[in-house]
Design a protein around this ligand. Structure first.
Ligand code: AQP
Length: 336
């Protein structure tokens, strides 16, 4: 049995401002994992163009997301921070995986169904094979751990299937089985306007999400306006069942405060939403406003951001290039 060196890989799309869902579902774990792991963190710009992006806005978003990564606490000295398109091995390995993954596997991906909407014929081929590129992102580094939110679990399982099929088809023990790392009390943060929908960058309503660049006033306003139901808050987690908006606000409070859902209900159970909302607004401002200030400071220093990405891309490529060279040899290409 081959043992693989532990390595963490994860990424976010530069499709808009990062939000509280990205922060609680993924970023908090990314930051923690730097202390004990070799970490590779990517701005996945090639994933972004699976839906059309304005080129000028995309270039800006790549830099803005990088600034947000740094402002949240990713350290370019300890972790590799880069953007996907500067490391061509991702695209090369994705092609090999297009030939390994089966159509039936991709047909089961729920994110494609959600994002393609009703007119699937009009969706890009890239959107359909998105999970194969994600598998390539991870496996180009032989990453063993992938911190993601709940919504990415199905894609992670596909990456594991691709790794296993590649190993099996070519009779090698080349790729590890990457493990999803999904921990915390808010692995699925929901829209503030509809507790049954995921908080998302692409939701047309800005009131649905708290952006990591929002001002203190905006954060407080969005929490005050968040949808709720008419009942008092329960005192036990079981009482949140069937109350998606209540569950979401309580979960957000617990995650930001580093406590449990029960802790929050012990404090606010039996009360009206206004008490929870006021305290949540204060807590969110305390935790998120400094990130917004630091993001803005970094956004003003484009030279530094570009330098972080160039340096990170060179370091990423130094790992991925030999792995992808081995893949070429394994599948039978001529290798010079
Ligand atoms: N609402 C969420 N709750 C918990 N985790 C979330 N993540 C995203 N939304 C939530 C996690 O953040 C990481 C990066 O996600 P992404 O930006 O690559 O893509 P996404 O999941 O498609 O995020 P969005 O906001 O929904 O973007 P759009 O609207 O562009 O599609 C992942 O680890 C994800 O799990």
């Amino acid at each position: 049995m081959t043992t693989f060196t532990p390595r963490v890989f994860s990424g976010m799309q530069p499709t808009g401002n990062l939000h509280l869902g990205n922060y609680l579902g993924a970023m908090l774990n990314w930051v923690k994992m730097q202390d004990t792991n070799e970490c590779v963190y990517c701005v996945v710009d090639m994933h972004a163009i699976t839906l059309w992006q304005n080129p000028i806005a995309l270039r800006q978003a790549i830099r803005d997301v990088t600034a947000a990564y740094l402002a949240c606490g990713l350290d370019p000295k300890r972790s590799i921070i880069f953007n996907q398109s500067q490391v061509p091995e991702h695209a090369e390995l994705a092609w090999v995986f297009n030939c390994v993954a089966r159509l039936g596997w991709l047909n089961r991906m729920t994110q494609f169904k959600d994002k393609a909407g009703k007119d699937k014929e009009a969706a890009s081929v890239g959107l359909y094979v998105y999970p194969n590129l994600m598998a390539a992102d991870i496996l180009a580094y032989k990453a063993t751990h992938v911190p993601v939110g709940e919504d990415q679990k199905q894609h992670l399982e596909l990456a594991r299937d691709i790794a296993a099929k590649f190993n099996n088809d070519y009779e090698v023990e080349f790729f590890p089985q990457p493990e999803p790392y999904i921990v915390g009390t808010a692995t699925r943060v929901m829209s503030l306007r509809d507790g049954t929908k995921k908080m998302s960058k692409s939701d047309p309503s800005d009131l649905s999400r708290i952006n990591l660049t929002d001002s203190a006033d905006d954060i407080a306003k969005k929490i005050r306006k968040a949808k709720t139901d008419m009942d008092a808050l329960p005192s036990e987690p079981a009482g949140l069942k069937g109350r998606p908006e209540a569950e979401n606000l309580v979960g957000i409070f617990a995650a930001l405060n580093g406590g449990t859902v029960q802790d929050v209900l012990t404090q606010f159970g039996g009360g009206q939403f206004s008490g929870l909302k006021n305290a949540l607004a204060d807590l969110a401002v305390e935790k998120l406003a400094p990130i917004a200030i630091e993001t803005k400071r970094l956004q003003a220093d484009q030279t530094y951001i570009d330098q972080v990405l160039a340096d990170g891309s060179a370091r990423a490529r130094a790992i991925a290039a030999p792995i992808v060279k081995d893949v070429r040899e394994i599948v039978g290409f001529l290798v010079s």
